[in-house]
Design a protein around this ligand. Structure first.
Ligand code: HEM
Length: 142
């Protein structure tokens, strides 16, 4: 029987770096992802590096993010942002398109779909849209 391969074995460190680079380039240009793009700083280069380090460990490679920052918990770095189902889905849409852009195999896409949804949903910290998004008369975003 063929031994199961991790996403890290399938993509390699370079492939995961290409994935995260494509992910933020897509977030930067896709109109449907404008909401999550606006939450980030104008320079996405530091995020490309951090997400690559994170995903290299998460996908079964060396724990670069954990070694550098001492944790893999994603709740704390996201707690100041309003992340409801819409923001989660915008993030996941960018990831789907990034996988497509780097030419990920059907097998890899299938292998990642449930865990990617789970980790994005774990980062979600709200049930619904922000008050400002739901009502344009409210100025403060919550
Ligand atoms: C679900 C929707 C998500 C949204 C809207 C979101 C948004 C954000 C934002 C606004 C930041 C701060 C960026 C900055 O400092 O400029 C951030 C940081 C980060 N996010 Fe997300 N994120 C999401 C999901 C995820 C997921 C699923 C992962 C991991 C698989 C992830 C990994 C990271 C990492 C590694 C950082 C950097 C944390 C640090 O400062 O060390 N994010 N995210």
């Amino acid at each position: 029987m063929q031994e199961a391969q991790t996403p890290y074995q399938l993509l390699g460190e370079q492939g995961i770096r290409e994935l995260t680079s494509a992910f933020y380039d897509i977030m930067d240009s896709l109109p449907e992802a404008a909401g999550v793009r606006a939450m980030h700083a104008s320079d996405l280069a530091p995020m490309k590096e951090k997400l690559a380090e994170y995903l290299i460990g998460w996908m079964g490679g060396p724990p670069l993010y954990a070694d550098k920052y001492g944790t893999v918990c994603m709740t704390t770095p996201h707690e100041h942002y309003h992340i409801g189902p819409e923001e989660r889905d915008q993030w996941l849409l960018c990831m789907d398109k990034a996988l497509e852009r780097i030419g990920a195999s059907e097998d890899l896409i299938k292998m990642l779909s449930v865990p990617m949804f789970r980790i994005a949903d774990a980062v979600r910290n709200r049930e619904g849209p922000s008050a400002a998004a739901a009502n344009p008369n409210i100025i403060a975003a919550g």
